[in-house]
Design a protein around this ligand. Sequence first.
Ligand code: SF4
Ligand code: SF4
Length: 352
Amino acid sequence: MKRIDERDTMFARMNYKEGTEQYNDYYERNKDKKEKDDDIRQRPQICGEGTATYSPINSPIADANFRFLSDIKALSEGPVNPNKVEINEDEMTRKIKGLTLHYGAKLVGVTKMEDYHYYSHRGRHEEVYGEEVKANHSYGIVFAVEMDKQMINRSPQVSEVIETSKAYVDAAIIGMQISYYIRELGYEARNHMDANYLVVAPLVAMDGGIGDIGRNGILITKEYGQRVRLGVVTTNIPLVCDERVDFGVREFCKECNRCIRTCPGKAIPSGDPVEIDGIERWKIIQEDCYKMWRSLGTDCGICISSCPFSQGVPLEMIERIKDSKETISEALRRHDEKHGIRPYIKEPPEWL
Ligand code: SF4
Ligand code: SF4
């Protein structure tokens, strides 16, 4: 699989200001994207005034989380203790996984880092635009923090972006604690957090055995569906790796299509997965998804709440999905019976 270029992601593209070196370089090479991007760039910001969900009191809750993340992102890398401690890889894996869960993650896995886990070039920040990403760590510790079901079921209201931004903060802090610890032991470690990733977190999570990627491009875990946010720490401390787990997400998505029906941006592809950059997968129309975010004022989340896995498919059914279409139909029937077209809580939480 080819490496993904961070410069092509919507968050990076939206940072290119007209007349700057980055803007000229990017649209010189991607003329087809310029018109659509210029149009989206003129729209109000997520959490900003002029969006459908804007509230001068509540929207800044999420903004504050994103500002905090931006302030701490420089701590993702740091000096390594010159006095290296000898470790045993089994014991260290057990300890790091246990610590990650103790700090608040719900799922954790370890994978050997592959070339395709890393972005090819950085794009999100002007000062590093175009920098080649070095695939310099052997292991990835990948973990998931849970997002509250009630908050996500209020998508696309402000509650949703409060919850996603909170989960980004939770993941960033856990990643900081783990990476600081590993560096303390005398080994390299880097935290990959919101707005400061060198890796594509869902790909690392898939290979680390904590889930599989669904039709809408978001990781699905057995336990929490898509109601998770991911964190990754890459390192050269020796660890024992987990295996990738195929529990039938592809088979389920082929039958389900619930997210296609509810997506307000019409950004989720129908039909079978197609070959893109060397692998068979579904690819959302990221421009249409992101445009919807800038109109709603939150990161939408409707597909996350619509996904039956996010609402809970019983584990004993999940074990049968791969080989039984009847199980998939039964899971979908139960989901629709309980939630209709999608679960939706209209009222914000009482404290909000
Ligand atoms: S976040 Fe919203 S607009 Fe984007 S793919 Fe999901 S449902 Fe569609
Ligand atoms: S809603 Fe259905 S089709 Fe969409 S990602 Fe979830 S399981 Fe797959």
